[in-house]
Ligand binder design. Sequence first.
Ligand code: AKG
Ligand code: FE2
Length: 288
Amino acid sequence: MSEIHQNTETDIVLSLVDLSRYPIADLESPEGSAFLKECQDHMETHGWCNLDGFIRADALAALAGESNTLLPTADVLTIKRNIYQGAIDPNLPESDPRRREYVHVAQQLADDQIPQDTLIQKLYQSELLTDFVRRVQKKQVLYRCADEFQALNVVALHPGSWHAWHYDTTECTVTLLLQAAENGGDFAFLPNSRTDETEDREAVDRLLSGDMSHARKFDRGAGTFTLFRGGYSLHGVTEVLGETPRVTAIMTYDEQEGRVISDDINVRIYGKRVEKILADRAASQANA
Ligand SMILES: O=C(O)CCC(=O)C(=O)O
Ligand SMILES: [Fe+2]
């Protein structure tokens, strides 16, 4: 018997995910447990797990369609940060590429801009999916991120844009590619380029100087579901070429239940819109 709590309504996973290839609703069956073990082993050995064709073709059209309808309401964010998204070793020389701020531009829907009744929210909030993500990482517990802005995001990189090199602030990142670029827009990374103690400086400096020859790239079509240790693997997305924006859903999880991100960080990421929401809320609380 599966221990996870089932939604009273049928889990959305059953209608969106290609369960014949990826039996995530049936992980206790012989096929399901063999599949899970394959994912766990791959994650452990390589630091990533890439499930091509995870979403069924008809469902993918609906998922991409709803995101493309919502995206015009999203802000175009200019995101500036160093690769660590914060703390820099103060001993690094001024000229070190690891001190540099890299800039990219993305049109980004924060969680509060993605209605609860969308397919992508229902997929993210699926207990079956959350439990699968937890088990691939062999975690005892894993929660969806509780932050009202960060939990689920949809990011469009328009032609000419890239996603600057960085480490994530969470250990494992989960993405679903909703719409692929015609060309370029490759997700590229250095698997396990750092640990809690050290960093592979040679590999990192090589990538930051523009040499992609040692970076790992996936062939990712739309509908691919990817888990990777983004907190430990320097990564980014190469420039999107052609006419079509590259659209990804970013699903964030946390081992700590209920943790929210500081207002400062959310304002830095999401800009004026979120600054206003937080200021209005503070003003109405002061008046209450
Ligand atoms: O779009 C992707 O494939 C990766 C995005 C990413 O690295 C991030 O949002 O932290
Ligand atoms: Fe990332």
